[in-house]
Ligand binder design. Sequence first.
Ligand code: NAD
Ligand code: IPM
Ligand code: MN
Length: 380
Amino acid sequence: MGRTYKIAVLPGDGIGREVIPEARRVMVEAFGTSELIDLEFHEFECGGEYFLKTGNEWSEEAEVFTKTEADAILLGGIGAKGPDGNTVRRPDGNLAGYSVVIGLRQELDLYANVRPVKLYEGVPTPLAGKGPSDIDMVIVRENTEGLYYPARGRFSEPDRNFAYDLRMITAKASERIARFAYDLAKDRNGAPVDKVKRVTCVDKSNLLAGCQLFREIFDKIGEKYKGVTKDYAYVDAWTLLVVRKPEYYDVVVAPNAFGDIISDLGGALVGGLGMIPSGNIGDKHAVFEPVHGSAPDIAGTGQANPIAALLSTAMMLEWLGKKFEDKGPVKTAGRIRGAIEEVLREGKIRTQDLCLGEWAGVKPSMTQQVTDEIIRKMKG
Ligand code: NAD
Ligand code: IPM
Ligand code: MN
């Protein structure tokens, strides 16, 4: 038996509670038969639903374990609606579960939010004439500051009724995210269109001072990466460019809020949010989670696609393998990825979000049926 890893499992709200158990099941099956790796799961309730029940976002035990003892953290989606139909909020106005989803990114200094946008064989894209050989990029979102840093406020007096969100961008955070993006590009195979290792800086530097600093530093850091090509786009234009020519993009780096928005657009190109995983990565800690949220519109129906959560799990195992120089988790991740790819390629068992286009006639399967099939392939 290999090393034992302690995993904090935080299903969160809505479909998080449906897809994270599936990720856990796949891991148990994968390592249970491999002898290469052992995982110890520490699962805790958290998020908006837990807040409604208890008045807290998570227990003290959950918080302490997650921040100080876990080797890696697996998170579902955060965000619940209260009995009045509105999003559950803390007294300070923040989303209930904020400490878990945003707090961890800031407190554990998880500065790189890595979001692979890859079109798998057997998955529909709304882009005419494009296929799996055209879409394979990674969005690297700055994850600790920018518009999502909690420097905001609200005045509600009759003659001073306004709100503000201060967007601070620092040289330090811009430097480390640029370095992360270039390093990633160095290790990849380049853009689908021409195999050029390319990092595109997506910002709004024609207008915003923070983006001017972000781009200036992107340029400075890039000078040291001779084998990687620098590329630029303003965020508004990029949304058009990526839809017209996704094959041009390899690694895309963006400040926090822009990175958030463009990653959902990325999801739309590759089968939806049920297909894109993420890792929130720092120098010591990391949280892995599907890019999607709690999806209240489908929660409880069994329709959630578990693949984003399963791919996040594979990313987590790969990160553990790299950090602890252990081949076991990397091999296990490879088996999980291989089985997911096979099931998608076959095209018979899939959730409703993927039953489109060429696959419109396929009878949609439930979340657990998809996982069952992935496990069957992994064992077979
Ligand atoms: P969402 O990502 O939950 O859902 C957007 C759309 O994508 C919905 O139509 C949903 O049905 C679909 N979708 C998402 N995941 C899917 C999956 N696995 N399979 C099939 N379809 C899927 O975004 P939203 O509806 O804007 O937000 C809902 C709640 O989640 C809000 O409270 C929001 O703040 C929160 N949220 C949390 C996170 C996070 O925890 N990281 C991320 C995004 C949104
Ligand atoms: C995400 C989500 C979060 C974010 C929300 C829930 C605060 O949209 O992880 O992409 O904006 O970071
Ligand atoms: Mn988002």
